[in-house]
Structure formats: structure tokens, C-alpha cells
Unconditional design. Structure first.
Length: 61
């Protein structure tokens, strides 16, 4: 599903993707999946405030 989203975004000319996920241990697998697909940690974006329970990630396309 994630690869499909990335492919569709690229096809539509989107130049970067941004996401927010949890930072607790229950989200280790999610963060690992995103990192394996090229997402890297970043600062909060689009109205998000820093939150110890959130991890923000981005990927250039």
C-alpha cells in the first residue's frame, strides 16, 4: 500500500510526502517500514506542534 501511494504521488507530480506516526514502542514497526521506504525524521509540519508522542517523517520523490 505504501509503495502504491508513493508511486501514485510521483505519477501526479508530487515532489515530497510527509507523515505523522506514533513515537511509542507500539509504532516501532511502522517507523521501520517508513524508514525502509526512504522516509526520514523531520520537524513537525502544517500546523502540528512538537509532541513527544508523535514522530514526523518526510520523503522527497
Amino acid at each position: 500500500m505504501l509503495r502504491h501511494i508513493v508511486a501514485q504521488a510521483r505519477e501526479r507530480g508530487i515532489r515530497s510526502l510527509w507523515l505523522e506516526t506514533g513515537s511509542e514502542d507500539a509504532f516501532i514497526s511502522a517507523r521501520a517500514l517508513y524508514a525502509s521506504e526512504g522516509f526520514a525524521p523531520c520537524r513537525p509540519f502544517e500546523g502540528y506542534a512538537p509532541d513527544p508522542l508523535s514522530t514526523f517523517m518526510t520523503r522527497e520523490l
